[in-house]
Design a protein around this ligand. Structure first.
Ligand code: FDA
Length: 509
């Protein structure tokens, strides 16, 4: 496979032999392992047993991406596309196919910010990270920002393709709500922009997930304006400090309060006085000053007991550093947002849920009691509401608006081996099972960017549509049908595929 690919790639690109060794890496290349591992963000997929690609292509220019698509398609191999590599189940760099190639976009990291374009916009290549985007905006203006995820090493490519949200979701909606143009290499190797791809494909690549329609080279996004001063705060409570009352009330307040206030709660098992209990950790961003939010919370949410001294006022870019867990943001430089190396790669598994009706105190109490027995398991509760609901559920491919809140089921551990994996993923699946009566049903919805292969996978055999419908309706609801129609139109041979990509329509449909 490698020799055939190499020949084809050389013919299409006229690349020099010297450059070729940096761009097309077979397993025998000295840089193969370093390049592969550079963007593996989950230690579960960084072992000797993890399936490895036959070739990694690290394009430098657009024509390298075009040649990769044409040559891989001609030779009929599977191509995985990787930007930041944060896919929770590793779908951007592992595969069950015996032979597969990885297209690594880490060199595509240009960002051009233009504050004079219609209130501020940026073209950002998909291999850039969110931290790099935030930093480049901050370089030009302290009152411009972009609503996206709170982890700076996340790649723009996967994040935007899957919807994307961060701590300004209630004020500005999803990341995709701010995408106004894109550049994509489609299955025949051509490059299209919004005008030449048409509104159907442009609709599908905003929330319909990466890896189904083409290789997105870049997105044009509109910036938002934020106040010069924003406020952050944290409130932590254990079970014996009324954590239960706080979380119960949170369900009523967080999705309905001022859209400028984002209150995230992490509920997890924790150890206190050498015994396992439950802790609720509240983290907040308020797009305004401290006095304002303290007054508001005294009225709406006295159970939290927020005091002025719990609050810190800062600039928006500093608030991004605070969300990265830097407590004293005056001592940290925004340049830290440019770092691509995370502190350490841990073992992780995530699942997701949507809640439409508040849980009763009794139900929450039962959940807390069970959680207290499940080591390293937690639920991250993210409030929806506010301006997220101003966009129709079919305006973008992301369907889960008008919900109260989203749950991220989360487990993270650091000891290698199958025993630990069985234990912690087992704990996670237990909380997921317990939550069944309290979350969305028929189907039970999931957030694509919290990739979870437990909800269905596709080998793209004869019943690819049926298999795709299982996870597809959970991720996309009724938008799944339009996603399939667009897919059938633009990639009828199903070249762009992964274990959870959008299938084509079967012949008889
Ligand atoms: P990666 O490169 O792994 O790609 C993910 C998927 O998109 C794969 O299927 C891949 O093939 C495809 N893809 C990637 N680039 C593409 C391109 N250029 N063209 C076509 N397809 C492409 N989410 C969120 O909404 N808010 C948040 O705050 C966070 N926070 C967060 C923290 C951490 C530590 C992790 C690990 C993850 C998150 N996420 C998140 C989830 C994150 O948004 C999700 O994993 C994204 O898909 C990651 O994008 P990457 O480009 O890094 O992933």
């Amino acid at each position: 496979p490698f020799e055939n690919f190499l020949q084809c790639f050389k013919n299409k690109t006229n690349i020099s032999d010297k450059d070729l060794t940096d761009v097309v890496l077979p397993q025998t290349s000295v840089s193969f392992t370093t390049v592969l591992r550079a963007y593996i963000r989950n230690a579960r997929f960084n072992t000797t047993a993890t399936p490895k690609p036959t070739v990694i292509i690290v394009p430098r220019v657009e024509s390298h991406v075009q040649a990769t698509v044409i040559c891989t398609k001609t030779l009929n191999y599977q191509l995985k596309i990787r930007s930041g590599g944060h896919d929770y189940d590793g779908l951007s760099y592992i595969s069950s196919a015996a032979t597969f190639f990885v297209l690594d976009l880490s060199n595509f990291r240009n960002i051009t910010v233009d504050l004079n374009d219609d209130g501020g916009s940026a073209w950002v290549q998909t291999g850039a990270t969110l931290g790099e985007l935030f930093y480049r905006i901050w370089e030009k203006s302290e009152i411009h920002a972009f609503p996206a995820g709170v982890c700076p090493t996340v790649g723009v490519g996967g994040h935007v393709s899957g919807g994307g949200y961060g701590n300004m979701i209630r004020k500005f909606g999803l990341t995709i709500d701010h995408v106004v143009d894109a550049k994509i290499v489609v299955a025949n190797g051509e490059i299209r922009d919004r005008k030449t791809m048409g509104e159907d494909l442009f609709w599908a690549i905003r929330g319909g997930g990466g890896g189904s329609y083409g290789v997105v080279l870049g997105f044009k996004v509109k910036l938002v304006e934020v106040p010069k001063t924003v406020t952050v705060f944290r409130v932590d409570k254990y079970m014996d400090e009324n954590a239960l009352d706080m979380v119960y009330k949170w369900q009523f307040v967080a999705p309905r309060t001022d859209p400028g206030l984002f209150l995230r709660v992490l509920v997890s098992s924790a150890t206190k006085n050498k015994t396992l209990t439950v802790r609720a950790r509240l983290r907040a961003l308020y797009l305004g000053d401290a006095n304002d939010v303290v007054l508001k919370m005294a009225k709406e949410f006295p159970e939290m007991g927020l005091k002025k001294e719990d609050c810190k006022e800062m600039t928006w870019i500093q608030s991004m550093l605070w969300w990265m867990n830097h407590v004293d943001v005056d001592k940290v430089k925004p340049e830290i947002l440019l770092e691509r190396e995370p502190d350490s790669a841990k073992f992780v598994k995530r699942k997701s849920d949507y809640v439409e009706k508040e849980m009763t105190k009794r139900e929450l109490n039962r959940l807390f009691k069970k959680l207290a027995t499940l080591d390293r398991t937690g639920l991250v509760l993210n409030p929806y509401g506010g301006n997220l609901n101003a966009t129709a559920t079919d305006a973008t491919a992301f369907p889960h608006r008008n919900k109260l809140y989203k749950i991220q089921h989360s487990t993270t551990w650091s000891d290698a081996g199958p025993e630990a994996e069985r234990l912690y993923i087992g704990n996670l699946r237990t909380t997921y099972r317990i939550m069944t009566p309290f979350v969305s049903k028929n189907p039970r919805s999931s957030y694509l960017n919290y990739r979870d292969i437990d909800i269905g996978v596709n080998d793209h055999g004869v019943d690819s549509y049926r298999k795709g419908e299982i996870y597809g309706r959970k991720y996309f609801g009724d938008n799944f049908d339009r996603l399939v129609r667009v897919k059938t139109d633009v990639d009828p041979d199903n070249f762009f595929r992964n274990e959870q990509s959008i299938p084509t329509l079967p012949f008889n449909k």
